[in-house]
Ligand binder design. Sequence first.
Ligand SMILES: [Zn+2]
Ligand SMILES: [Zn+2]
Length: 103
Amino acid sequence: MQCTCDRCGKEFDRVKDLPLDVTLTADPEADDDPEIFPLEGDAVDLDEVLSTCFVLDLEAKCLCRDDCAGLCPTCGADLNLGPCNCRKPRDPRMAVLEQLLDE
Ligand SMILES: [Zn+2]
Ligand SMILES: [Zn+2]
């Protein structure tokens, strides 16, 4: 898959293994459960099975690496490449003060 990191916006490739463990049923009434797939005759719509399993297996976050540092919210620098030159607020209360001074 080609992914875009949720934190730093970098595009990266990753290999995804998709475990397929689904239940097929001939009962046309049993489609309440999204993980149970109805048989159509003696066949099943593999596209639907695969896309459903794919979505169910997606992680909530897509990161280029687990410890991605992301982008600086102030200057947008890629913090994976090193710290940026922005002032680091030491204390949330100080940050508010600094913001007031900036205005
Ligand atoms: Zn990233
Ligand atoms: Zn910065």
